[in-house]
Design a protein around this ligand. Sequence first.
Ligand code: 26Q
Length: 799
Amino acid sequence: MEKSIESELSQKDEIIDKIKLFIRAGSAKRSEQATEFEKWMALSRTVVERMATNWQDTRTTYSTMRQAHYFSAEFLVGRSLVNNLVNLGMFEDAKAAISEMGGSLAEIEEQENDAALGNGGLGRLAACFLDSCATLNLPVTGYGIMYRFGLFRQEIEYGFQKEYPDTWKEKGYPWLIRRDELRVKIHYDDLDVFATPSDLPITGYGTNNVNTLRLWRAEPAQEFDFNLFNSQRFDAAVIERNRVNDIWRVLYPNDTTYEGKVLRIRQQYFFVSASLQDIVREHKAFHGDTLGNFAQFHSVQLNDTHPAIGIPELMRILTQENNMDWDQAWLITKNTFAYTNHTILSEALEKWDIGIFQYLFKDLYHIIERINDQFRSEMSSLGLAQDKIDMLSPIGEGKVRMAWLAIYGSYSINGVAKLHTQILESHTLNAWYKIWPSKFSNKTNGVTPRRWLRTCNPELSALLTQLLGNDKWITNLEELKKLQHLESDPAVMEKFMAIKQVKKQQLVDFIYKTEGIKLDPNSLFDIQIKRLHEYKRQLLNALSILDLYFDIKDSPDKPRVMRSFIFGAKAAPGYFRAKGIIKLINEIVNLVNNDPIASKLMKVVFVHNYNVSSAEILFPAADVSEQISTAGLEASGTGNMKFMLNGAVTHGTYDGANVEIVEAVGWDNAFIFGERVENFPAIRGYYNPRWQYENIPGLKRAVDALVDGTLNDQGAGMFQDIFNSLLYGTIVQEADVYYILGDFADYRNSRKILDQAYLDRMGFARKCWINICSSGVFSSDRTIMEYANDLWKITSAKI
Ligand code: 26Q
């Protein structure tokens, strides 16, 4: 859209006026005296003010339509300012406004803390989905918890991970708007609390619609007890408040391993009950005082089993608070919920002791028992054997099995990549698949091209827009296919390589600032950024780096590709081995970077406190994306897609969405190695990692470095533990369950092939380019259209 200079001037001037106004009102200062933080606050308020009426109008428009509600214990949103400026078409004017006021938008941007209300993939997926829903004008609301502290801040001290509280909104956070008028009561058997929502606006790209992420906080249901207070028992009065504040105090920092903590299920029930009450209240306000038509108007997507307690809670609301009969309520409940599975690791499946349920909410537990009885009699009448029914029923072995409950209580079950869904259908959830095959489907994950290309890589975005003659790719990523033929245009490839160089230089500067390590932007940037987990195999990468180090020491004059290996990862605070791997990587950093010979040919960096904001700098700078999970264990992965979008090639196993990435780019444009999932059952029978350790040249030397004094964990016992995990089984776990030594040789070999490919500068650029142009299918817009059309049956509405 062409704008006249006149109107651009006026939008800029208007922004300046608003910033000054909000600085005066919020900080009682002249703008010249404002701190950078105060300027960030004022500019953010300017953006909120700009979208306020559109936001209200969007809610009104959606209220009478069929809607979907995305229930998730995690939303890893990241920063909002620049994302919103870009979405609303205000970026250039805001930048000009700030610079006219003598500041820099880039500096102001740095004032914003990430909203890190999530652990990793599952939480970030929820945030990408909200972005797509808003951009597509879909009536979808996110519901979650407003954690006071998000995912911990990671520091590295003497190579060890240390965790600190993430105080993201202690100084004020302008994007969240409290809605006191919408508070609801939550009842536990031992405690009553209020839930008060705060709304976060979700803007879409190039639309006036503004969607909502509604986050709940807990507040005392009783007035502060002044009797206790006045009788000098101040502590007792305050302790009650702490039990309330505990509910929303902190995000549980575990991903993939399940922990049965009372507080965790308290959190889950808290936000799920509040959200359902909210939806029911609005339903009655717009559809009359009836819930018989509830499922016609609402679909609730359960982001894993974390909100699955919504199934008995809706039953409670319908039967006990609204006097509906059980059978009708069950039909409505089953037609309301849809469940997404994000993992096949059995240790990650939530199974809560029935004792916890009986203690916290007896009533709800009785409802779960009735659901359980109903399931058992239904299965009996289908002719299932008793022992089979025992295995499948929602209650069993003294536990409530949340996944089994979610499957029975919903109309849809989906996996997050083709391979993942296949494994669910044929193995993990096969028994249910056989009973209800039509409830199952695949919805391959995606990522939003707004944050993960347009906003984090404006340089590449400008080139794509210039080549296409328009910016339609921002909302229709498939458009990029039209640029694929330019792989044979050397001038375009040169421009692309120049941009990659710029992004690498920006990362070099960032790493120098944060880690004090100087990388060479002409080296190959090989990046692995994701949560630290054994199945993701950062250890395989680390061992291969050690092997390369020793090889350089042996033959320093061999010609080689200069490499920079970059890691970023947080480990769950209680996951000893994962923390050991972080320590190991940091010791390799010291060993390699301090070696006068090796450091000329390779560097290793561990970027501390990996989060959404640093991800936005890391993805665009990569040449190689490491996606090396043990085949069959990574449900999808989404980082793999963000690398692809920014023109890095995948170095990965045939796992999760990597399978579909290869399908999209072709085998010549990805580097796939390692054992396939279908071969593991046979391999498990005879695999003995000791064979690899003793027979694969160089492997013993790399593994021994853990314990022979080459690397030092300061007596923490971490490296010995890792060493043992590779070579010695225990009663509970076989040796090298993740097949690290098994895949080592092939991994090292494919690294060599990659090096060769990188030496052909133009050839490598072409591969990267084809990755960009083939990334259309991995837009979360595609994913969300599939959810909307196949599962939610909702249509868009523009305000
Ligand atoms: C459960 C119970 C108690 C405490 C914590 C948890 C918990 C919390 C988070 C369990 C799992 C998670 C997160 C899982 C996750 O992020 N899974 C990833 O989801 C992505 C989006 O679908 C996939 O791309 C990844 O493959 C998958 O690992």
